[in-house]
Design a protein around this ligand. Structure first.
Ligand SMILES: O=C1C[C@@](O)(C(=O)O)C[C@@H](O)[C@@H]1O
Length: 251
């Protein structure tokens, strides 16, 4: 399916969906960042749990997820633990990575989960199997905060995410020149045209900002925008983001 639907939000059709990251260290910050999104127009919230200083306690994670749900209502929640080597704030033991994802998916505390492609095939397969058993779709993601790998490598990573069973295929990379941005856009166009799954890509930093705006043209189904707090370089506020997405929207 080229479309993934969560709480009525279709990822893979129409305008790219806007996802707002929550990058909070404490319960209080989770509360205030979530509240700040109320009355704003966007589609999905990504809870970047690697920022949460109590992520090692599953009960606190459960409690925080319930707080989020209480504030966000029907807004879909994407649960993401981003490890340091992929640009995140913390590292996690693979067994606990699997356990945490299993808890939030099987208890339906969130609507989508993110698993890192480079966590290793066995870990990725297990997390996907657990999530699919309870009908929770999985984003399989990869990141390079240093550079943009060559076109063929970008395509290979997205295809591998699909082979492993990912429902959404995602990659974020850092450009050093405009050619790198074009490579990312080319790979996005190619995979989105030929794969069975929605693709989400971004070229980071200021140079790559165009890729966060042009998803509908080149085949990226979701884009990350901020309500005050960015989780990666090059993200812009959701209001200007939405204006440009609407401008570029075609039926
Ligand atoms: O993987 C991604 C994409 C991202 O790195 C970006 O560049 O917008 C932001 C992260 O929060 C998210 O998990």
């Amino acid at each position: 399916m080229r479309e993934v639907c969560v709480r009525g939000c279709s990822i893979g059709t129409g305008m790219p969906k806007i996802c707002v990251p929550i990058v909070a260290r404490t319960m209080r910050e989770i509360f205030s960042q979530a509240r700040a999104t109320n009355n704003k127009t966007f589609d999905i919230v990504e809870w970047r749990v690697d920022w949460f200083e109590e992520f090692t306690n599953p009960d606190t994670v459960r409690r925080a997820a319930r707080v989020l749900r209480g504030i966000l209502g029907e807004t879909p929640i994407l649960f993401t633990f981003r490890t340091k080597k992929e640009g995140g704030e913390a590292d996690i033991d693979p067994a606990y990575y699997m356990e945490l994802n299993h808890i939030v998916a099987s208890e339906h505390l969130v609507d989508l989960i993110d698993v890192e492609l480079f966590a290793g095939d066995d870990v990725v397969r297990q997390i996907i199997a657990d999530a699919h058993a309870v009908d929770v779709p999985v984003v399989v993601s990869s990141h390079d905060f240093e550079k943009t790998p060559p076109h063929d490598e970008l395509v290979a990573r997205l295809r591998r995410a699909e082979e492993l069973g990912g429902d959404i295929l995602k990659t974020a990379v850092m450009p050093h020149n405009s050619r790198d941005v074009l490579d990312l856009l080319c790979a996005t166009e190619e995979v989105s045209r030929t794969s069975e799954r929605p693709v989400v890509t971004m070229s980071m930093g200021e140079l790559g900002m165009i890729s966060r705006l042009s998803g509908e043209v080149f085949g990226s189904a979701m884009t990350f925008g901020t309500v005050g707090y960015a989780s990666a370089p090059g993200q812009i506020g959701i209001e200007p983001l939405r204006e440009v997405l609407e401008l570029l929207h075609h039926k």
